[in-house]
Ligand binder design. Structure first.
Ligand SMILES: Cc1ncc(COP(=O)(O)O)c(C=O)c1O
Length: 391
């Protein structure tokens, strides 16, 4: 190993994973001692806590009064698949896919639901598909923030206000860090494990009145597992949206979510959360501006994520390598950073081009992000020195 001078300061918290994401600053299991454990989630207090989790989530996110919010099984994947299976098939669908998760929803729709009238609008890692060519007479499925490419939609202005179809939005790495345009969203999903650092396995589903109207007026031709069912005898199962979950939730995870929401309120609610994520992403942008070896994967600043920030390596010694060697280089950088307890889990997603992905959401302290930057340069130089030695 070639010795290079290591930065003097390490991030106090080296957790920059894009999911599960870092817990909120000051998180402690002590706060979970009051969890409603060993009791039925259908007892009055259990239901009250689940309802509180729903109500406070809606309040912080600014969800309109006439929308419905539920806690659902199987995290964001569960919430999205519940929506796709329950709502699609009534009309054609446009799917926007510009990274791994959008492609996954397209695969569900083509290969599992086997919809005939489905169209994918695609773009490569780093870009967005042409938003102007989306047809809002059809249903539209998209990801607000593509976690694996660090590319997000700039806003909701491209979505027709007078659409005939429904918009179904996977917002799991956008919620609590980016401003969601609620009137433009009919179905919105996210998981607890992302931007507020909650626990895995629980998801949330937000429905507009138009989505509810579709649920109550349309029955899909395929079978629906119990875990996906939101209606009974053609009527919305109201209780699900008041905390009477479809199956048994974890009251420990619920308590942790309530704790995360309390912290979110303490930093100024949605405005404070967005400001924190923006500040973190700004630290990375400043660093990218001064470093010679890294560049954003996202091509344009207005589509650049402030949560899952993805950078590629543009140093000629690395770009000249084959795909496998490039991946090995990035992995060796990540291993060096992990060994130094400077950063955990920052290699790009396995489906994305080799690079780094740094979570910049609100639970990350800006001082930690600042401390991380010199370590990235150190790891790059150390990995490059190893590469030169091996050559
Ligand atoms: C955009 C997006 N969609 C879906 C998922 C899957 O989420 P979960 O594992 O919480 O179901 C993720 C997880 O990283 C994601 O980033």
């Amino acid at each position: 190993m070639i010795e290079l001078t290591k930065p003097a300061v390490r991030p106090a918290n080296p957790r920059f994973s894009s999911g599960p994401c870092s817990k909120r600053p000051g998180h402690s299991l002590e706060f979970l001692k009051q969890a409603f454990l060993g009791r039925s989630h259908r007892a009055a207090e259990g239901k009250a806590r689940l309802k509180r989790a729903i109500d406070r989530t809606a309040e912080i996110l600014g969800v309109p009064e006439d929308y419905r919010v539920a806690i659902v099984p199987a995290s964001d994947t569960g919430a999205m698949e519940m929506a796709l299976w329950s709502l699609l098939g009534q009309r054609g669908v446009d799917i926007l896919a510009w990274e791994s998760f959008g492609k996954g929803w397209a695969s569900d729709i083509f290969k599992q639901l086997k919809l005939d009238d489905a169209r994918v609008l695609e773009a490569d890692y780093g870009a967005l598909p042409d938003l102007a060519s989306v047809d809002f007479a059809r249903d539209v499925v998209f990801t607000w923030n593509g976690t694996t490419s660090g590319v997000r939609v700039p806003d909701g202005d491209w979505i027709a206000a007078d659409r005939e179809g429904l918009t179904i939005c996977d917002a799991t790495s956008a919620a609590f860090a980016q401003r969601l345009d609620w009137p433009k969203l009919d179905v919105t999903t996210f998981s607890w494990q992302k931007a507020l650092g909650g626990e895995a396995a629980h998801g949330m589903l937000v429905l507009s009145p138009r989505a509810v109207e579709r649920l109550e007026s349309y029955t899909p031709p395929w079978p629906l597992p119990k875990i996906f069912r939101l209606t009974k005898d053609g009527k919305l199962m109201d209780g699900v949206f008041r905390g009477e979950t479809i199956n048994t939730p974890s009251m420990l995870c619920t308590e942790d979510w309530l704790d995360a929401l309390g912290w979110a309120e303490s930093v100024g609610g949605i405005d404070g959360l967005i400001a924190r994520a923006d500040a973190n992403a700004g630290v990375i942008a400043d660093w990218v501006g001064r470093t010679g070896w890294a560049a954003f994967l996202a091509e344009a600043p207005d589509i650049r994520s402030n949560t899952s920030v993805c950078v590629k390596i543009v140093d000629p010694a690395v770009t000249a390598l084959g795909a496998e060697a490039r991946l090995a280089f990035v992995k060796s950088m990540a291993a060096l950073l992990e060994g130094e307890k400077a950063a955990y889990d920052i290699t790009a997603h396995r489906d994305a081009p080799p690079g780094l992905r740094i979570w910049a959401g609100a639970t990350v302290e800006t001082s930690d992000m600042e401390a991380l930057m010199p370590w990235l340069d150190w790891a790059f130089e150390a990995a490059k020195a190893e590469l030169a030695k091996a050559a």
